[in-house]
Ligand binder design. Structure first.
Ligand code: ASP
Length: 364
């Protein structure tokens, strides 16, 4: 496995399966009376959040703490320093504190990649601009496997605001690696220009896709990222691309409904669908902790233990295992030019105005 987790594309099929299998074993921990393992004792995990995200931060924090790591929450929001400079300064500070892993969320696509060139520890991308959110894709795959027994061969529809969605991008990459067939369903205005190069199909017709779907993943309409009108009205959007009870009935009986959260109930998903037995939304949150534990465990020293003997003693000893070598560190700082494609991301954060952004600002 790579030292960092920045893109779902960093993961080979074997890497991804190792993470899912490890998460499965770690999930059993949640059922025990004492939910903590000593595995990462003495290690420091920094949560570096440039964009508000209570839920994701808490998920990573819980994961690190259940492995006994020390957690430092660094909320960098509101810094007035120019972005590139401030990120580098921050990186040097983290370096001085001896961070073993930095979990970063940043409004600019490419920021985690930059950071990886400046710090010695592992960098985990917890969402960068409209680029990627690989642990979300992992927790989604984990949830599919738990509910449906496999990912390979599943037909997955990802529906809605693909344009602004790092969740969609990471999912397309990971699901492809794991052998699922993905169809993106969205109005043409909410699809990226380059989507034809993505390894998936595209449809504009949700009702036509649903009967052939094992997993339907509804995306949040990201009003705060919209700087123009991408569709006529919310009602029109819901009518064509929202999932209500009538549409849900078009799914095969075994199919599940997913959403990365936070939801706009009544926009992309009806309340009765979100609360139905097919919905995995609450499980996704719980699974997020197990998957993030697996990622931290494997990046911070469990890698060479493989999936072997994770029950009990194996995990306990992993913390003293080999810290991954810093090979490749030498090229830090160079070669990164041009990777930070911040320009293509968040120009229009002021939002479309028709939705209260408060919930989204707090929760995502
Ligand atoms: N919470 C997810 C993200 O950070 C999804 C969303 O914001 O809609 O990308």
């Amino acid at each position: 496995m790579n030292r960092h987790l920045i893109s779902a594309a960093d993961l080979s099929r074997d890497d991804a399966l190792l993470i899912l299998d490890t998460a499965e074993e770690l999930a059993q921990l949640a059922e025990r009376p004492i939910r903590k393992l000593p595995t990462l004792r003495g290690r420091t995990v920094v949560n570096l959040f440039y964009e508000d995200s209570t839920r994701t931060r808490i998920s990573f924090e819980a994961a690190a703490k259940r492995l006994s790591a020390d957690v430092i929450n660094f909320s960098a929001k509101g810094s007035s320093v120019a972005k590139g400079e401030s990120l580098k300064d921050t990186a040097l500070t983290l370096e001085a504190m001896g961070a073993d892993a930095v979990v970063i969320r940043h409004q600019a696509s490419g920021a985690p990649h930059r950071l990886a060139g400046w710090v010695r520890g592992s960098v985990v991308n917890a969402g960068d601009g409209t680029h990627e959110h690989p642990t979300q894709a992992l927790l989604d795959a984990f949830t599919m496997r738990r509910r449906l027994g496999r990912v390979d061969g599943l037909r997955v529809a990802i529906v809605g605001d693909v344009l602004h969605s790092r969740v969609a991008r990471s999912n397309v990459l990971l699901l492809r690696t794991l052998g699922a067939d993905v169809t993106l369903v969205a109005p043409p205005t909410l699809l990226p220009v380059a989507v034809s190069a993505w390894p998936c199909d595209v449809s504009y017709d949700l009702s036509a896709v649903l009967p052939k779907t094992d997993v339907v993943m509804m995306l949040r309409v990201q009003a705060e990222r919209m700087n123009a009108a991408y569709f006529p009205t919310v009602r029109e959007y819901s009518r064509r691309y929202g999932l209500d009870a009538a549409r849900m009935a078009m799914l095969p009986d075994h199919s599940i409904v997913m959403h990365p959260g936070p939801m706009n109930r009544g926009v992309e998903i009806a309340a009765e669908v979100a609360d139905s037995a097919r919905s995995t939304i609450v499980e996704q949150v719980a699974n997020g902790v197990s998957v993030r534990m697996a990622v931290l465990y494997l990046l911070l020293g469990g890698a060479d233990l493989g999936g072997a003997d994770l029950g009990g003693a194996g995990l306990g000893n992993a913390g003293t295992g080999a810290r991954q070598a810093d090979a490749g560190k030498a090229d830090a700082g160079e070669a990164d030019a041009g990777r930070t494609d911040a320009g293509r991301t968040d120009a229009g954060r002021e939002g479309a105005g028709w939705l209260s952004n408060e919930a989204a600002e707090v929760a995502r």
